[in-house]
Design a protein around this ligand. Structure first.
Ligand code: ASP
Length: 313
């Protein structure tokens, strides 16, 4: 398997075997991710993180991952302080930044931005979220979380809950879960369904999926409940947002009918979809999930940068 120099634009850029390998490498990264072991797999390598949209976890965990690998980080997270405000195009910014770095991690508000950047850059470009498009590295850490918490992904019943229309995390995750042979349950308000291109992809693959409006309908059957935020910033009209804001609220009592082993995940940030009383239940996994971003992104960066993995494998 050859990962060196590859772009990561969509989760569909990877086969099941490749994803499995990335997760295997991620497992080996855990001691270094926790700071218990020093790994110098990417010395002198520079990661450029270009964040045109807000981020907490993705930005910080990429940064920590690169530093834990012995590499360095440059970049911006506030376009207001860059030449973007002078009218510089994404293509020009990318052409310049590729000369400053070895790998580019891009978050952008426009769907397709990562693809465009990859076309302009000789250096690998990693999509850290492109508008309502995809978020492939979130999906890698989501799959890693399911695999480490539940042992496997195949045949798991996974409910994707919330804003399935604009939520890029659930788009990438649905594609990936289909590849792994999970059963999907989509729970959203009628106005925020999974996009037609995702649905037709699942139909072509004969993925088992069903559609619901109410969490209670799926709770007793699911192994994973993946909750998402209503993506306020993507709504063309605030009134439309107000109509669906707060429709799904999970609290400890919602989970009374859940299987004992059900895990609740969320890419975070949460607004009001998961009540803090869920945090203390044995179901909550979202903070562990957020930590998992470090070993998974370490694995991906090491592979894309062509690091010699002998020390960890
Ligand atoms: N942090 C995730 C993302 O960037 C989820 C969210 O913002 O709701 O897509």
């Amino acid at each position: 398997m050859d990962f060196k120099g590859r772009d990561v634009v969509s989760i569909n850029d990877f086969t099941v075997e490749e994803i499995t390998y990335i997760l295997d490498v991620a497992e080996r990264m855990v001691p270094a991710a926790r700071g218990e072991k020093v790994l110098d797999l990417c010395p002198n390598k520079i990661l450029a993180r270009l964040f045109y949209e807000p981020s907490t976890r993705t930005m910080l965990s990429f940064e920590t991952a690169m530093k834990r690998l012995g590499g360095m980080v440059i970049g911006f997270s506030d376009v207001g302080s860059t030449s973007v405000t002078k009218g510089e195009t994404l293509a020009d910014t990318i052409k310049m930044v590729e000369a400053y770095s070895d790998v580019i991690v891009l978050r952008h508000n426009k769907e397709g931005a990562a693809q465009l950047a990859a076309e302009f850059s000789e250096k690998p470009v990693i999509n850290a979220g492109d508008g309502a498009g995809q978020h492939p590295t979130q999906t890698l850490l989501d799959l890693y979380t399911i695999r480490t918490e539940l042992g496997h992904i195949r045949d798991m019943n996974v409910a994707l809950v919330g804003d399935l229309k604009y939520g890029r995390t659930v788009h990438s995750l649905a594609y990936a879960l289909a590849k792994f042979g999970a059963n999907l349950h989509f729970v959203s308000p009628p106005s925020l369904p999974m996009p037609p291109e995702v649905i037709s992809h699942l139909e072509k693959r004969n993925t088992t999926f069903d559609i619901h409006r109410d969490i209670a309908e799926v709770i007793p059957d699911v192994d994973v409940m993946y909750v998402t935020r209503i993506q306020k910033e993507r709504f063309p009209d605030v009134e439309e947002y107000n109509r669906v804001a707060g429709v799904f609220r999970i609290d400890a009592s919602t989970l009374e009918k859940a299987k004992e082993g059900l895990i609740v995940m969320h890419p975070l940030p949460r607004v009001d979809e998961i009540h803090p009383d869920v945090d203390a239940t044995p179901h909550a996994r979202y903070f562990q999930q957020a930590f998992n971003g470090i070993p998974v992104r370490m694995a991906l960066l090491a592979l894309v940068l062509g690091a010699d993995l002998e020390a960890v494998l």
